[in-house]
Design a protein around this ligand. Structure first.
Ligand SMILES: Cc1cc2nc3c(=O)[nH]c(=O)nc-3n(C[C@H](O)[C@H](O)[C@H](O)COP(=O)(O)OP(=O)(O)OC[C@H]3O[C@@H](n4cnc5c(N)ncnc54)[C@H](O)[C@@H]3O)c2cc1C
Length: 394
């Protein structure tokens, strides 16, 4: 750093090198062949998830008083980044890290004591998040799933789609409408967050149907037909659920963005190594500017995205509003990772298409984060309206 740079302070938060080393060590037991095989047979990577659980990484964000490691989101971010930079995928288990945030921030003390220690040690899997529906799309306030109170139960009817890991979860955090849309003052009112116990619900008013997808991602449609759930499973106040999930979504965006940063590192490493080693026309292909410039350009974008991810994490950890930063971090990181994925495909030439190199698989996987958990357009609409003050475009 130069003298003039010394005048500038930008606290990026800790980097958790020991956590990175620990995660790398676990990931070393799950090489690319493991993921390739899981992808071929579309099987959930249970062994990897078990190893991550046992090492305590999935309970990292749960406070120590409830049995977790009590680490800030920056540490969670580092864990997920390193998993992806190692060539592994956290998509099968990342939600165990952050869905519990809704219980932690808005649940009663009794609910926290009942669920969080089990989530921290892996006895309870809370990694299904039931928000998306087939007809309402991103327009969450229009969701149709209804929870109607009858005595000490809610009776739930409706359908969710893209509920990932529903078959590998003991609990689902469900967002359902408890007050009809035409009876609320604001569209965002009247939605509630309810914990659904999958262990007793499947076959008793809940059916889960897997959705075959272009990546190995255990995602599902979930059908509710007069499912009874005790009122005590309501998280926070009835009708305030939309607000509760929004602050959970900021955590989700920071963490998913970190996975994209890890993906970007992996693609960069692969592309550079191949560009240096592959020789045609008597030279390494990396000697051509047409090969090296795209890698360098998108690497620069990745490093810029990483700064935004760190800023969003620092603001989240400081308890500051960080909707804009978390959204921008997620958008920039997923776009940079995607550009690096595509550049890596191009660098590998025809070999990128051979499954044994893993490039095409990782390319497919990296694409998801431009669409989920929120698509790029919706982030741009958020920034245009809420950050820049332009009219709502939809
Ligand atoms: C593999 C996978 C796993 C998922 N896991 C989960 C999960 O666990 N839980 C869960 O609840 N959901 C999950 N999702 C759903 C995911 O969050 C949504 O698919 C995503 O938010 C996009 O919503 P949609 O598919 O309904 O698209 P739509 O809302 O139908 O949008 C389609 C396209 O139109 C664009 N668009 C829509 N409205 C506008 C507008 N006003 N202005 C500009 N462009 C617009 C969008 O950007 C998008 O590109 C998952 C999805 C996938 C693919």
């Amino acid at each position: 750093m130069t003298d003039t740079m010394d005048l500038i302070q930008m606290d990026l938060g800790p980097d958790y090198q020991e956590v990175r080393d620990g995660v790398r060590k676990v990931c070393a037991d799950y090489p690319l062949e493991y993921w390739r095989e899981k992808d071929e047979i579309a099987e959930y990577p249970q062994e990897f998830v078990d190893a991550m659980t046992e090492a305590g990484y999935l309970g990292a964000l749960i406070p120590e008083e409830y049995g977790g490691a009590g680490l800030p989101i920056r540490a969670g971010s580092v864990i997920l980044e390193e998993i992806h930079a190692s060539g592994c995928s956290a998509a099968a288990c990342h939600a165990q890290m952050y869905i519990m945030g809704t219980v932690l921030r808005h649940g009663s003390e009794a609910q926290k004591r009942k669920y969080l220690p089990g989530i921290a040690n892996g006895d309870i899997r809370l990694q299904a998040f039931g928000v998306s529906e087939p007809t309402s799309g991103t327009d969450t306030t229009q969701l149709k799933t209804r929870a109607v109170r009858q005595g000490d139960h809610y009776v739930i009817n409706g359908q969710k789609i893209w509920t990932s890991r529903a078959k590998q979860s003991d609990l689902m955090l469900l967002l359902a409408r408890t007050t009809p849309l035409d009876e609320v003052a604001k569209r965002t009112d009247g939605l509630s967050t309810i914990l659904v116990d999958m262990r007793t619900s499947v076959g008793n008013g809940m059916e889960i149907q897997g959705i075959p997808t272009m990546i190995n991602h255990s995602t599902n449609s979930v059908f509710f037909d007069d499912l009874k759930v005790p009122v005590e499973n309501l998280i926070g106040e009835e009708g305030k659920g939309f607000r509760y999930i929004l602050d959970g979504m900021n955590a989700e965006r920071v963490l998913v963005a970190s996975e994209s940063i890890g993906d970007g590192r992996w693609f960069t490493e692969k592309a550079v190594a191949y560009a240096n080693e592959r020789e045609v026309f008597g030279n390494p292909i990396g000697a051509n500017q047409g090969v090296q410039f795209p890698i360098a350009r998108h690497y620069a974008s990745l490093k810029a995205a990483e700064l935004m991810v760190r800023q969003a994490a620092a603001m989240f950890d400081a308890g500051q509003p960080c909707g804009a930063e978390a959204n921008m971090a997620k958008m920039l990181a997923s776009e940079a990772a995607w550009e690096l994925a595509d550049t890596c495909m191009q660098t590998y030439g025809g070999f990128a298409f051979a499954k044994e190199y893993d490039i095409e698989r990782k390319w497919r996987e990296a694409r998801l984060y431009r669409t989920a958990p929120i698509s790029t357009n919706l982030i741009l609409a958020f920034v245009a309206q809420h950050v820049l003050g332009m009219p709502r475009s939809y």
